[in-house]
Write a protein that binds this ligand. Sequence first.
Ligand code: S3P
Length: 429
Amino acid sequence: MSDRLIRPARNLYGSLRLPGDKSISHRYAMLGTFAEGTSRFTNFSTGADCASTLACMQALGAKVNRLDDHSVAIAGVAGRVTPANHPLDCGNSGSTMRMIAGLLAPQEGRFTLTGDASLSRRPMERIRKPLEAMGARITLTDGHAPLTIEGAPLRAIDFTTPTPSAQVKTCILLAGLQTAGTTTVREAVRTRDHSELALRAFGAKLTRTANSVSIAGPQPLHAIDAAVPGDISSAAFFMCAAALFPGSGLVIDALGLNPTRASLLDVLTALGAHISVLNLEEKNSELVGTVQIAGPAEGLGSTEISGSLAAALIDELPVLAAIAPATSGGIRIRDAKELRVKESDRIALVAGNLRAMGAEVIEFEDGLDVPGGQPLHGATIDAGGDHRIAMAFSVAALKAEGETLIQGAESAAISFPEFFDLLDLVAER
Ligand code: S3P
């Protein structure tokens, strides 16, 4: 375990380009593996989660070649993986486990998926149900990993996800890609659509409505070359940090701005931050652009995040809650029960750590009320092994009185190993 001391900052200023989006990197690695031919990805995620996916893909027969820290070439298996003779270790990554379960369920062979202690506590019934409805044979231990798949040909289904989840949607689509007939996934709230866009980029045909996606299988995929857009969920820490300081100035280039991921821009704007988007382009169907952000002279206001907005912002809620004491009117978060089953119970950890810094917080089963106008003091923060908690409280610490010690700071490397170096670069002390 490594600790990190964060000193308060006077301002935040600079220009950044961030490593590739974690969600897109996972999908490109999986689709590149399934495809025929060699795909090359630049600005691939540097996080440990995507390294877990790459290691699993290699164990399944893909030839994975790290060209440099940020680029990877994957020679695909043209639709047929090799069953590994050892369990596939998904590490801390829920995306890896839930999405490759869909890739593997229709394949021939027996596959076992394992994960670390945090991943082994996370709910996996949500993928077993639809895969079993397709005829797959999946074994879990009390609803959790290790997960064993006896691969077999599946049948197409029409499935409505009970809780909005892009991982579950992707799991079903990856199984549907390999299954005769039309598989449809319906969701009450449209979740991030990187799988739909990536499947099309790799040559698959899909049909979409506002709240459903259908894939007629089986379909082959063809290798692509692609640059992964910068990760907006990593950018969120810097955007929230910039929003805290009147007169700050931050520019982030080549950032992924897929509309199903970019609600943070709306929320920060509603809080009063000045944001502009420049150079918007489409690359492999993903929107990429430059974001400029400055903190408002009058400070941040207040906002409520609930309903479909809470689902769209699920990964950004910890950092929004962490900056809420520095707003004038506070932030109310509801309809975010899913936060309790992420890499940690993020509602409990955010509340506990905000209290440690001297803030009052009201905790609900599905969210938090964090009143504004609360000065924070430095404290010892328990990151709980959760990358987003470590980074969220490093941002809160910039505005605190005195120093803050982040315990378990190494967990940031799950999604964003460069985080602390970049924070030092843009935080003016
Ligand atoms: C992800 C989907 C979300 C998100 C996770 C990444 C993805 O999880 O929290 O960090 O890449 O599809 P759920 O599918 O559980 O909502």
